[in-house]
Design a protein around this ligand. Sequence first.
Ligand code: FES
Length: 184
Amino acid sequence: MTQRANGPDSRDIRPQQGVDTKDIREIVARRGDERGGLIAVLQDIQARYGYLPQEGLKEVAEGTGRSLVDVYGVATFYRSFSLTPRGKHLICVCLGTACHVRGAPRILEQFQRELGVGVGGTTPDGEFTLETVNCLGACALGPVVVVDGKYFSNVAMPGVKGILREARSGSTRLKEPAAQASAR
Ligand code: FES
């Protein structure tokens, strides 16, 4: 499943702002020499900006001495990285078979109505991005929704508003998010 990168909390994420190349150079200098350095660099940039901006990736290529193709290769291989701006809160509705038969499509529609965006969309205020996933391995608990890394099980239509409220309050964000990226 999609996992969040280590980094600042939601108040620090600047999803739609321009890229500060000095920031990127600092991240490369700090994390670039670590084992798995490129992934660590990309995780930090994503945590900072909410996605991997194109200008940032160019800076990473220059700073690490890798080709831009290499950097893009890693950035597009891992599902946890995004090349387009995401909202502060990532909502993932499971549409795997077990969740599907338990009503996941209706839950997804309810999120779409509440947020006014389709799958893959981000609300204009930059608060929420809505995505779907195929099976999170918790089929008996379906329908399952994951928000900022927190699982919600047996989700029913009336519960959607409450989940969004909880996300807005920041309480869905894990205190110690997983550091490892997951392959697509
Ligand atoms: S189908 Fe949703 S968790 Fe498996």
